[in-house]
Design a protein. Sequence first.
Length: 150
Amino acid sequence: MTQSLYPDIISPAEISGERPGPPPPVRLLESGRPGPARGYPREALDLQRLCLKNPADTYFMKACGDSMASAGIYDGDILVVDRSQEAGPGKVVIAAVDGALTIKRLKKKEQRLFLCPENFDNPNFREIDITGQEKVCIWGVVTYCLHALK
């Protein structure tokens, strides 16, 4: 079976009407030596409110491939993509190039726009100059990336 090189749209994001009990409070966790005043509850954490600023324009997509591994986006990750956000240089975007979706970082170099991969271990990935291209459409901006820790 061949693996797709393009992200898959999983589903539109929806805020469910039914809410389980209150979410656990946010805790600050030290990654080094714990401090005495750290780790106490601050506020309730609601992932739907955190990740879905514009639910009607937000989609979940599944990443395929490893061209964005150095940006922390790995094969199989779930991406939260907001179509209402304005794409600009430095943003990670989903772009339609000749009808196929791809995940890249949008960069501007000398008045030209590029879709750039971020995998420092693989120099075979090339940036795509999209300046003046009619068959390129920025589909949405990636706002969050979810993946399991190994």
